[in-house]
Design a protein. Structure first.
Length: 147
């Protein structure tokens, strides 16, 4: 009987050890993948239709007004580009500077602003976008922009 209990303990110990080793291996793989992927609350994709991308003055005016109204010092974004031959680029906002309520308002109003940006192209509005650094390699760079 003692032999069966010892065998069971050994089996459980080896099983637990194997499981923990497998689990730690999966965590390392997942963290390596997440190091190359960034999650953004909003990504604006500036697209060209043969004549370059839309002017961003409406966007800048909106962000300045939002900051002033909500007493926010800065809103940061990551400018990713060039994404094409005619100046296409992305503006990726994490919105970490904003409260939950401010994020909701900002996103709703930002969507309306981007719908008006139609000169020389358009702006696609995407929420909860993941950007993989491996997918944007080559001549594409990412630079922080402070509004």
């Amino acid at each position: 009987m003692a032999t069966n209990i010892e065998s069971m303990r050994t089996f459980l110990f080896i099983s637990a050890l194997t499981f923990s080793l497998l689990l730690s291996g999966n965590i390392n793989v997942a963290s390596a993948q997440s190091n190359n992927t960034c999650q953004y609350a909003v990504v604006l994709k500036f697209n060209s239709i043969g004549m370059g991308v839309p002017n961003d003055s409406l966007l800048r005016n909106y962000i300045d007004a939002f900051k002033q109204k909500n007493k926010i010092k800065k809103i940061t974004a990551c400018r990713i580009g060039p994404m094409g031959k005619e100046g296409e680029y992305w503006l990726a906002f994490s919105l970490k500077e904003l409260s939950k309520k401010q994020k909701s308002i900002f996103k709703t109003e930002l969507r309306a602003v981007t719908e008006q940006m139609t000169d020389r192209g358009n702006v696609s509005y995407e929420e909860n976008e993941q950007v993989n650094k491996n997918d944007i390699s080559g001549r594409v760079s990412a630079v922080e922009v402070i509004f």
